[in-house]
Design a protein around this ligand. Sequence first.
Ligand code: FAD
Length: 117
Amino acid sequence: KMQNQTARAELGRAGWRFLHTVLAQYPEEPSEDERETLVGFLHLFSRVYPCRECAEHFQIYLKKYPPQVSSRQTAMMWGCDVHNKVNVRLGKPVFDCAYIHELYDCGCSDGPEDPNE
Ligand code: FAD
């Protein structure tokens, strides 16, 4: 059980950053396989997330608000909404989802085109 609040907050920031960055890299037009992969990943993420209380809440959210995986845009907005629900529960300010695109650039190249990556 993770009792150290600082560690839990740090894990949370890293967890959210990873989650939002995954969603920001999700295809604009995902195949059926890519959709299933993302849904599966989100459920597995909620199963292995190392703060048990957080993981339990996240599993409830997944049931209540099924991941929207039809496009990058819907997936990112879903992630932003879920994070906002956690923000509200923790008494944190609600984030304006219009700014999400700029925030989660992974700095990675998707294809073999860029020889500098
Ligand atoms: P964070 O909420 O970690 O956000 C980090 C940064 O993301 C912000 O500074 C902002 O730039 C950006 N951001 C904020 N809101 C959004 C948004 N809606 N969409 C996109 N970007 C945004 N902690 C608990 O104490 N109890 C819990 O039950 C709990 N459940 C969690 C469940 C999950 C799945 C995760 C990943 C974390 C959970 N946490 C929980 C941790 C908590 O959400 C925070 O990560 C932690 O408290 C640190 O908060 P923070 O204020 O630094 O910002």
